[in-house]
Write a new protein. Structure first.
Lengths: 413, 287
């Protein structure tokens, strides 16, 4: 004869069973271990710094152009002040964020930019070349050039003497953004103005640039930092598949019916599924978070709250998906149907500023938004509470839909 | 408990427009096995679902152990055992774990899973996952699970369906043991042999209605045809003659045949439950 049993004891028994079912399934287990290992590894493999310099190639070398210009201008009777001014030209100076590589032969420069020839800079600063099958130069560092400018040999003298019909060719790798190409054209024009002894028809304030918002000069957001919230989000989503599969198995094999003819009620069953799904996804996210970093004394509570909201939200989705599918393929179909749209807001992590207004209406948007702002920009409660409130509203709707769908499914068996 | 363990009065249930159970009434006493006999779709499983709290009756009253089943009282579920037709076991858990989990839902901490498995001949497979079990072994697991809380009322839905004779006999033996312990058993089946062998009484259910409810013997006597079959030598072949008992002139003819030198055998003929069912409903049990 059995004794009266408390709801806590029943939910505890159901949770113990859930854990057994989860750990006994090699697919779930393998998936979990893979996520826990692969995510931190992938994270570590991502670049943890931002390439802040651009390597610019010029041909011919600036010194040669200056010497040619001096000779030419001297013959034209130019004053010594004018000639010495050429030496002061900063055309050959390496500005912050720009490395200059000079090529004698413009054809070689083009080959290096197009990738058919490798350029290596030796310890003494000389550039050596390596063709296909050639030996790697010892003690040299590979120089990757994306943009090159081919000046006419008489560029400086022509410009300085007021010649208007001077053509400069800018070569660029196919992957160079249009903005950089534009900047190079501007650089050439500025150099021409300078060499011609004219002032740019633009007034710049004494302070060169005013940064609006947080000045991240020298500490740009790395790919690692960008990917951190995305990886956390992916973990929450991956758990949806496992949880949906657990729910679906219970429904399709009708084991839940056997549970519900005991003192356990539908509410106990739903509570156990909710707790288990939430704990599984939250714990995995927290483990990975500990491994990939991103938690500070300022943002830990925001991170915890956001991941908790995300975990419950995806548990609700899993309940819905698990109760909708009539078989494995059906469940997979519903899982894809619901999770792919929920993934869309993550694109805004990869491409900041790309979130269209309608993307903000997707339930997962506020979750990913808070994760990004918290991990990358150190946002605190004061900054993110409206987003968290919005996420909680979506959570209530999604979880409610999941619970109602699963309850109806279970009761109809 | 002095009253019936199960008391059902004018129970109705519909799936949408389809009326599956139409005013069913019956009682089952403690220690009694009531066989619920009927073809597929007759309303047997729907009745069990209402009695175990899985479905709420549209109308009528059903009490199990004095508790109205529509009240969703956990005290009721604590005292019943259910064996489903579908083998809904946790396949990735061992036999022992399945029983211990089920027992824990009843608040039983010291479930003697080994003893429960021994009763159904599965003690040696206690640690094996259920997914490695044969169909017959899984069915024995289902029976074992239904008994784990020593229930006062057992609902057994086709407990030997599709099993071999040896496994079926083993399961019937354990069902009888439970009834002898004092449990009321409601057994649904469309196996007339099983119903005949196990049941103290049999209820015929057809199209949602109970068309007859009595002991198997009484049903056969009431609705069957009693007869005597006589086999006689007829030259090189054998001739049979059937004499209805109680019919006019049957006794005189039987005496005449009994005195014949060609007489080979005399057998009494008794109606089967299936014949009774067909006579009552105009359809067979396998439909």
């Amino acid at each position: 004869m059995s004794r009266p049993v408390s709801r806590f004891a029943i939910i505890g028994a159901l949770l113990k069973k859930e854990l057994k079912a989860y750990t006994r399934d090699t697919v779930y287990l393998a998936l979990t271990l893979l996520v826990l290992v692969a995510v931190p590894v992938v994270f570590r493999l991502l670049p943890d710094s931002v390439e802040e310099t651009i390597t610019l190639a010029v041909s011919p070398p600036v010194a040669e152009m200056v010497d040619e210009a001096k000779d030419a201008l001297r013959e034209l009777g130019a004053a010594d002040e004018r000639l010495s001014a050429l030496d002061d030209s900063d055309l050959a100076e390496e500005h912050e964020g720009m490395v200059l590589v000079e090529f004698d032969d413009p054809e070689r420069m083009k080959d290096v930019i197009s990738g058919t020839l490798e350029a290596w800079r030796t310890e003494d600063g000389a550039v050596v070349y390596r063709g296909e099958g050639g030996d790697r130069p010892e003690g040299a560092e590979r120089v990757t050039v994306q943009v090159g400018i081919e000046f006419p040999r008489r560029f400086i003298s022509d410009v300085a003497s007021g010649e208007r019909d001077v053509t400069v060719t800018v070569y660029s790798d196919a992957g160079v953004p249009e903005e950089i190409k534009g900047a190079m054209r501007s650089f050439v024009r500025e150099a021409a103005y300078q060499l011609a002894g004219e002032q740019l028809p633009v007034d710049l304030p004494a302070e060169e640039m005013i940064i609006l918002g947080e000045d991240r000069a020298g500490e740009q957001v790395t790919l690692q930092q960008k990917m951190r919230p995305l990886l956390l989000f992916m973990i929450l989503m991956m758990e949806t598949f496992s949880m949906a599969s657990l729910v679906s198995t219970e429904v399709l094999q009708r084991t839940v019916t056997a549970v519900l003819v005991t003192p356990a009620k539908v509410g106990d069953f739903l509570a156990a599924k909710t707790i288990f799904g939430t704990v599984m996804s939250l714990s995995q996210a927290l483990i990975v978070l500990a491994l990939i970093g991103g938690v500070t004394s300022q943002n830990w509570s925001v991170m915890l709250a956001t991941l908790l909201i995300g975990s419950v939200m995806f548990t609700g989705v899993a309940m819905f998906v698990g109760s909708a599918g009539k078989d494995f393929m059906g469940q997979l179909f519903y899982a894809m149907l619901f999770t792919i749209p929920l993934l869309i807001p993550t694109i805004s992590v990869m491409f900041p500023g790309s979130a269209a207004p309608w993307v903000r209406l997707i339930p997962t948007y506020p979750v990913i938004d808070v994760l990004v702002r918290s991990t990358i920009h150190g946002a605190g409660w004061a900054d993110v509470w409206p987003s968290l409130l919005y996420a909680t509203a979506w959570l209530t709707m999604l979880y409610g839909a999941g619970v109602v769908a699963l309850k109806r499914k279970v009761e109809s068996l | 408990m002095t009253g019936p363990a199960i008391n059902v009065e004018d129970l109705h249930f519909s799936y949408g427009d389809l009326e599956a159970v139409k005013g069913v009434s019956f009682d089952v006493r403690p220690g009694e096995i009531l066989g619920f006999l009927g073809p597929n779709g007759a309303g047997k499983s729907t009745t069990i679902k209402m009695l175990t709290g899985q479905l709420t009756p549209n109308s009528g009253v059903a009490r199990v152990l004095g508790i109205d089943v529509s009240t969703d009282d956990p005290a009721l579920q604590a005292r019943i055992g259910v064996c489903f037709e579908e083998k809904n076991l946790y396949l990735n858990m061992s036999a022992r774990e399945n029983l211990e989990f089920h027992a824990s839902l009843f608040g039983i901490k010291d479930a003697n899973a080994e003893e429960a498995l021994r009763r159904v001949g599965l003690a040696s497979r206690a640690a094996d996952r259920v997914k490695t079990f044969s169909k017959g072994m899984r069915q024995r697991m289902m029976i074992s699970r239904a008994f784990i809380n020593k229930p006062d009322v057992l609902f057994l839905d086709e407990p030997t369906g599709g099993l071999d004779p040896v496994t079926s006999a083993a399961i019937r033996k354990t069902i009888k043991e439970e009834a002898e312990r004092g449990a009321a058993v409601l057994l649904t089946t469309h196996d007339m042999f099983e119903a005949d062998e196990l049941s103290d009484r049999v209820a015929f259910i057809n199209e949602g209605e109970i068309v007859a409810l009595d002991t198997a013997e009484s049903l056969k006597l009431t609705y069957g045809t009693r007869a005597v079959k006589v086999r006689l030598r007829d030259g090189a072949s054998v001739r049979e003659e059937t004499l209805p008992l109680g019919g006019g002139g049957a006794s005189a003819r039987l005496a005449e045949l009994a005195a014949s030198p060609d007489l080979l055998t005399i057998h009494t003929e008794e109606a089967t439950l299936e014949q009774v069912f067909i006579r009552l409903t105009g359809r067979g049990l396998e439909g």
